[in-house]
Design a binder for this molecule. Structure first.
Ligand SMILES: *[C@@H]1O[C@H](CO)[C@@H](O)[C@H](O)[C@H]1NC(C)=O
Ligand SMILES: *[C@@H]1O[C@H](CO)[C@@H](O)[C@H](O)[C@H]1NC(C)=O
Ligand SMILES: *[C@@H]1O[C@H](CO)[C@@H](O)[C@H](O)[C@H]1NC(C)=O
Ligand SMILES: *[C@@H]1O[C@H](CO)[C@@H](O)[C@H](O)[C@H]1NC(C)=O
Ligand SMILES: *[C@@H]1O[C@H](CO)[C@@H](O)[C@H](O)[C@H]1NC(C)=O
Ligand SMILES: *[C@@H]1O[C@H](CO)[C@@H](O)[C@H](O)[C@H]1NC(C)=O
Length: 638
């Protein structure tokens, strides 16, 4: 596995074409029509946004998936692209899944949107990101409304901003007319209503019923569909995209009754599968309960318990089924146990990645397959809620009732764990430049910020360590293994889990579970990135024990405290980094962040929001200093 790592990485850093000043047109706020009833903020549905691949930054699925915090597969599947890693054509149309909900702004105003997190980069404005990156699927005025604490003229790099992608959920009437999804679509100057209708296989009237009759170019409109249309396949024929504009819309049939029935049947099967999954889980709950009871021997009680479980389970199932069905149908693939067996040579050791995680290829796509027992449920519950480019994405699952095993199937992350890069092989460690280390730190921090700040209830990972951080083909980091994660915060537990060297003192002593324990473990990962050393050395000394001393001035020969601090940091930096240029200011900044994270008192530790902000500063610092470091002869592709 010799990736095109560093070049891609460098490209990422330097192809940032945003110019500083963008015109700010004075248009009245465009939130009319995207508002929803604030009394109904619990409405939630699966929706899609139609996105056009566009050069230079959004011409591959990975960067578009990152922008929308989904996996590549979640776009390639509804769009019917067979190879998710192939480059896209300019203007190629894509269906990007979004979760639409009604989000209250205040007591009278709520906006129907999918709220996406975006981290401000140099040159970004609300206007620029809305019109360019998000292609007018939102407006800067709405961005201002949903981010009331941010001052649009005072954005700083690293600020986390919510971009509300406009969307709509079908109402009862629409649902009864077989509308399953609303596709958010930006009306193009060249579009006509009738052509659009035929592209999506719906009537022009159904579009104007939803959007009114005064649709203007660049308005976001909602197209009610029964199912997603097949977009023209441009992977093959029109490689010659020199002059021809977007691929022509396909002419799909409008709804025929027969087709509709097929669809309903398909939906029913889907519901059945999801439901079946729940039944199985619940069924096994009963089974286990019964097995435990057997020992007690009270048969009557056992029977009652069983009935109770089944009754309760069914009710719960029905409720959660109604809520989850659309997401479940679209988001996950249900694998057959035989598929998994074939893919992994019957779970042979050759396919073992580590622990109980196997690598396997199904239909030409690589997956990481984790074999579990009943503990899968908690992880599944959490993974269903989270959705972020810096978290390893769950792609599907499988139940094997015969062996009472449950399998979670994730995207396979090509370059393995950060631990393996830092601690198993000197050559690999040398390949990990300072720049990519900072990038990895920021990626992980973003993923953690997401689970800490943007999930309800909050999720605590509880097992952040370098071996749970995976690196993809572009050396971007993703957090893996939510096996120990907990939703809900500030709980006390008696059952201490985690990994020596990363465990926060308050958790070890009192069992306090909070987001601050992830902050602590993240601080340890930062120290590993800087020093290239393991979290615990051979003698059992923890790395974080040294952090305080490093970050503080004192000792050394230099006359000034600052100078002494620099001296100390220099002597501590991974010697694999010496060969290339890095800015010592950037390193000092990261060490300072790390030291703050590993403070004993959890209250004094920063939040991940602060950490992301501070790390992005390191990124900038590096940027300023060592342009020439880029011509490092070690940096080669393939
Ligand atoms: C929301 O509910 C409140 C009282 O429960 C009611 O006064 C208000 O009119 C409702 N708003 C809408 C838009 O229905
Ligand atoms: C997806 O595209 C392939 C060709 O790439 C085509 O054979 C297949 O019918 C398409 N699937 C659907 C659902 O249209
Ligand atoms: C709600 O927010 C909107 C947009 O910020 C504002 O125009 C409106 O006055 C607010 N309403 C209340 C009751 O605060
Ligand atoms: C979005 O709208 C602006 C005008 O408001 C336009 O300049 C820009 O090209 C549009 N972006 C896209 C991707 O269509
Ligand atoms: C794709 O290319 C192959 C040969 O390269 C050709 O046989 C096939 O017809 C093409 N498909 C489309 C949809 O153009
Ligand atoms: C690309 O376009 C040129 C000229 O328009 C044509 O000669 C060539 O065959 C095209 N190539 C493909 C792969 O379609």
């Amino acid at each position: 596995m010799r990736p095109k790592l560093l070049l891609t990485l460098l490209a990422f850093f330097f192809l940032n074409p945003h110019s500083q000043s963008q015109p700010q047109p004075l248009v009245p706020p465009v939130t009319q029509g995207f508002t929803c009833n604030p009394n109904r903020t619990r409405t939630r549905c699966q929706a899609y946004a139609l996105y056009r691949a566009s050069p230079p930054n959004f011409l591959d699925l990975a960067s578009i998936a990152d922008l929308f915090s989904v996996s590549r597969l979640m776009i390639s599947k509804p769009t019917n692209i067979s190879d998710p890693s192939a480059p896209l054509l300019p203007n190629q149309l894509l269906f990007v899944p979004i979760t639409c909900s009604c989000n209250a702004i205040n007591s009278t105003l709520a906006i129907s949107s999918a709220n996406l997190d975006y981290t401000i980069k140099s040159g970004d404005t609300f206007w620029f990101v809305s019109t360019d990156h998000f292609q007018n699927l939102t407006t800067y005025q709405s961005v201002e409304i949903v981010n009331p604490t941010l001052v649009p003229t005072k954005l700083e790099v690293g600020d986390s901003v919510i971009f509300p992608i406009f969307c709509r959920c079908p109402d009862q009437t629409q649902k009864s007319n077989q509308v399953n999804f609303m596709v958010s679509y930006v009306f193009q100057p060249s579009d006509t209503l009738s052509r659009l209708a035929s592209t999506f296989g719906v009537s022009a009237k159904s579009i104007s019923d939803v959007n009114g009759n005064s649709i203007k170019p660049l308005d976001t409109i909602f197209i009610p569909v029964n199912r997603l249309p097949v977009l023209p396949d441009s992977s093959n024929s029109s490689r010659n995209s020199s002059s021809p504009p977007p691929p022509p819309p396909l002419p799909p049939p409008s709804f025929v009754d027969k087709e509709r029935k097929g669809l309903i049947r398909g939906l029913a099967i889907g519901v059945g599968v999801c439901g079946g999954f729940l039944v199985l889980l619940i069924g096994f709950g009963v089974y286990r309960e019964v097995a435990l009871r057997k020992r007690g021997g009270d048969e009557e009680e056992e029977k009652q318990k069983r009935e109770f479980f089944v009754g309760k389970g069914l009710k719960e199932m029905e409720a959660s089924l109604m809520a989850d069905v659309s997401e479940c149908l679209d988001k996950y693939r249900v694998f057959k146990i035989d598929e998994l067996r074939d893919a992994t040579d019957g779970f042979s050791d050759d396919c073992l990645i580590e622990g109980s995680v196997y690598k396997g290829e199904i239909d030409g796509v690589q997956y990481a397959i984790k074999k579990m027992k009943w503990n899968a449920r908690e992880e599944l519950k959490i993974l269903q809620k989270v959705n972020h480019g810096n978290l390893v994405q769950l792609e599907g699952f499988c139940i094997d009732p015969q062996e009472a095993n449950c399998y979670l199937v994730y995207e396979h992350i090509q370059n393995g764990s950060l631990h393996s890069w830092l601690h198993t092989d000197d050559k690999r460690r040398r390949e990990l430049s300072w720049k990519s280390r900072v990038r990895i730190a920021i990626d992980v921090a973003n993923g953690l910020q997401y689970i800490h700040e943007h999930t309800r209830p909050r999720v605590v990972h509880k097992d952040i360590k370098s071996s749970n951080i995976l690196l993809d083909a572009n050396m971007r980091a993703k957090i893996a293994n939510f096996g120990l994660a907990k939703s809900g915060c500030n709980a006390i537990t008696m059952h201490i889990v985690g990994t020596q060297g990363y465990i926060a003192p308050e958790y070890l002593v009192d069992g306090v579970v909070s987001t601050k324990m992830d902050v602590f473990a993240f601080g340890v990962v930062l120290l590993e990135l800087v020093s290239g050393r393991e979290a615990v050395d051979e003698e059992g000394n923890v790395l974080w024990g040294e952090a305080g001393g490093i970050a503080m001035e004192g000792g050394g020969k230099s006359p000034s405290p600052e100078g002494r601090k620099l001296e100390k940091v220099r002597s501590w930096v991974d010697e694999a980094l010496m060969e290339e240029s890095y800015s010592i200011e950037s390193v000092v900044n990261v060490v300072t962040v790390a030291a703050a994270c590993v403070q004993r008192d959890p209250v004094k530790r920063p939040s991940m929001v602060d950490v992301v902000y501070a790390l992005c500063r390191s990124d900038e610092l590096f940027f300023d200093v060592s342009e020439e470091g880029l011509n490092n002869p070690n940096v080669t592709a393939r």
